[in-house]
Design a protein around this ligand. Structure first.
Ligand SMILES: *[C@@H]1O[C@H](CO)[C@@H](O)[C@H](O)[C@H]1NC(C)=O
Ligand SMILES: *[C@@H]1O[C@H](CO)[C@@H](O)[C@H](O)[C@H]1NC(C)=O
Ligand SMILES: *[C@@H]1O[C@H](CO)[C@@H](O)[C@H](O)[C@H]1NC(C)=O
Ligand SMILES: *[C@@H]1O[C@H](CO)[C@@H](O)[C@H](O)[C@H]1NC(C)=O
Ligand SMILES: *[C@@H]1O[C@H](CO)[C@@H](O)[C@H](O)[C@H]1NC(C)=O
Ligand SMILES: *[C@@H]1O[C@H](CO)[C@@H](O)[C@H](O)[C@H]1NC(C)=O
Length: 510
């Protein structure tokens, strides 16, 4: 939907990860974690912490900023509602050139790099979080998504007319759609007529193989969308919202007989909202979800639901796994702390008539505005946001937020370190006391570096507060595509193993 390709920002100042700041982030941002954490860090950093904490401790509430960047404050109304219910305080930015510094959470509709002339990303503090990853364009830009990887679940994309003509000559049975990279205007076009420069904005087009024989629902083409959240990269953690899906239908019964009649084969800006489609409407009116309606339909046509959800998980997992490196590079490029980012996406997918799932696009600012015929979606959108904020520590329910570190009893109440320790049979062995370099000892609490402990606490917190989100990564090796496994980084392998051990200890972690 929104596709921004941020330009490279070169910042003169190289801010390095400073472990002394860790308790601060938590204190200011994820109040649920405060209690826990300060204990595990080197207290020698104390003076510095207190200074920074005092500086940012103006008032007692976490503060958020909403930035739409297109003069449409209504599009973020759901975020606003959820954050204010969670007790956060809104800062209104009248003039971005006078951007306040005392925020904890920035939710931007456009990519935050549109704010780069107002915000110095290298001076972002550890207690601040932003809702887009730098370097996410490889995931959210359709023309990159469809041309970079050779996944059999992504219809092949082309960035120039020679390529598409060549490919079409080899595959005469295929048809192609011409798309604007900015997402508007999709149409079947014969390869010989493809002209990628035939537009005011040069290079604005790309072509993609047309997915023939889509699965129809009562004669209509529809798409099937899933909310996905990445809470961290390096180490990578992401989840999908499993309680519900979003459904959109074409305005007219499916046909490609008249290619000018896009309403019959393109699910565009003009579509029928799930709630208004008669089959689905019956479910909604009886108190069920879009997901229930979808599963009802799939069962009716004899489909295998387990297989469908396996495909959903595999498509999302494989896609995100291949994009992590671009986000890591993006974060390094802007020289911001890597724990500062999270992102909510919507994966739009389509089934063919054999119930094979295809990924069509990934939206970085999914529409969460529930008005008119989408009013039913209000509670889904707000539930997605509520679960998301709970996971990342913005929404917590116990008394807090005075930004001082509570005592040891309170820390231990929320999450004592014995909630995260694994492999006692190895760690009790004296050899781990003497030498942490022995590979087997890497999970022993006394051998873990502070940054690892911090990441484990985040992972634990997400797992405990994930609501209707299901973890897609880290997961056991068996669930990961074999080819992709070769590229899993050592830090991600470490957490795959840790989650595996945690699962043995407590099935809640499986
Ligand atoms: C933003 O929208 C409001 C009304 O919706 C309008 O009055 C105002 O001029 C707009 N501002 C800009 C900078 O376009
Ligand atoms: C950005 O912030 C860094 C670190 O605080 C500082 O050294 C640098 O001068 C700032 N850059 C600009 C352009 O303000
Ligand atoms: C493509 O469109 C451009 C701009 O309208 C035109 O100059 C060019 O000749 C066209 N190329 C082809 C192969 O039709
Ligand atoms: C094809 O569709 C267009 C757009 O809906 C319509 O204007 C046109 O009359 C249709 N052509 C035929 C032959 O039906
Ligand atoms: C959507 O429908 C409206 C009203 O029927 C029409 O004015 C508009 O041009 C359509 N937009 C697109 C992108 O087809
Ligand atoms: C902050 O909270 C802690 C624990 O809840 C309490 O012990 C401390 O006195 C509070 N500090 C202030 C300045 O209110």
């Amino acid at each position: 939907m929104l596709e921004e390709r941020p330009e490279v920002v070169i910042q003169p100042h190289n801010r390095r990860w400073n472990i002394c700041s860790v308790p601060l982030i938590i204190a200011l941002f994820a109040a649920a974690l405060i209690p826990f954490y300060s204990n595990y860090f080197n207290r020698n950093c104390g003076e510095f912490q207190e200074l920074e904490a005092r500086e940012s401790n103006q008032g007692t509430k976490l503060k958020y900023i909403l930035y739409d960047g297109i003069n449409r404050s209504d599009i973020l109304i759901a975020v606003d509602r959820v954050l204010s219910r969670l007790g956060l305080e809104k800062i209104v930015v009248e003039d971005p050139s006078n951007f306040p510094a005392n925020w904890n959470l920035l939710w931007s509709f456009k990519h935050q790099e549109t704010l780069k002339s107002y915000i110095n990303w290298s001076s972002i503090k550890y207690h601040q979080k932003i809702n887009h990853f730098p370097g996410n364009y490889m995931l959210v830009s359709k023309s990159y998504l469809t041309t970079q990887d050779d996944f059999d679940f992504i219809p092949k994309g082309f960035l120039n007319s020679e390529e598409v003509q060549e490919y079409a000559a080899e595959h005469p049975e295929k048809r192609f759609v011409l798309k604007l990279k900015s997402n508007r205007g999709v149409k079947l076009v014969s390869p010989s007529e493809m002209n990628f420069t035939d537009t005011v904005a040069l290079d604005d087009y790309f072509a993609q193989e047309y997915l023939e024989d889509p699965l129809l629902w009562d004669g209509y083409k529809f798409d099937f969308s899933i909310f996905v959240v990445i809470t961290s990269v390096n180490p990578l953690r992401f989840y999908y919202y499993n309680k519900n899906v979003n459904l959109r239908f074409c305005l007219k019964p499916y046909s490609t007989a008249n290619i000018s009649d896009v309403d019959a084969y393109v699910i565009g800006t003009n579509h029928t909202a799930g709630q208004k489609f008669p089959y689905v409407e019956r479910y909604i009116e009886a108190g069920y979800t879009y997901r229930d309606a979808f599963e009802g339909y799939i069962k009716e046509i004899g489909g295998d639901l387990d297989n469908i959800w396996q495909q959903v998980e595999n498509v999302i997992r494989s896609t995100v796994l291949t994009k992590e490196e671009y986000m890591i590079n993006g974060i390094n490029r802007v020289k911001a702390p890597k724990y500062s980012f999270f992102e909510l996406y919507r994966f739009d997918m389509i089934f063919d008539k054999n119930l094979k799932l295809y990924l069509i696009e990934v939206n970085m600012s999914p529409n969460i505005l529930a008005i008119r015929d989408k009013i039913h979606n209000k509670f889904m959108f707000e539930n997605v946001l509520f679960n998301l904020f709970s996971m990342i520590g913005v929404g917590t329910v116990y008394e807090k937020l005075n930004f001082t570190f509570p005592d040891y009893d309170v820390e231990s109440m929320v999450a004592y370190h014995d909630a995260m320790t694994v492999k006692p049979e190895i760690c009790l062995n004296p050899s781990c006391n003497d030498n942490c370099d022995v590979d087997d000892c890497k999970f022993c609490w006394s051998c873990l570096r502070s940054s690892k402990k911090f990441e484990m606490i985040q992972a634990l917190h997400e797992q405990m507060n994930r609501g209707h989100f299901t973890r897609l990564f880290p997961v056991d090796k068996e669930k990961i595509d074999e080819i992709l496994w070769e590229e899993i980084t050592p830090v991600n392998k470490f957490y795959i193993e840790w989650f595996h051990e945690m699962c043995k200890k407590n099935e809640h972690f499986c």
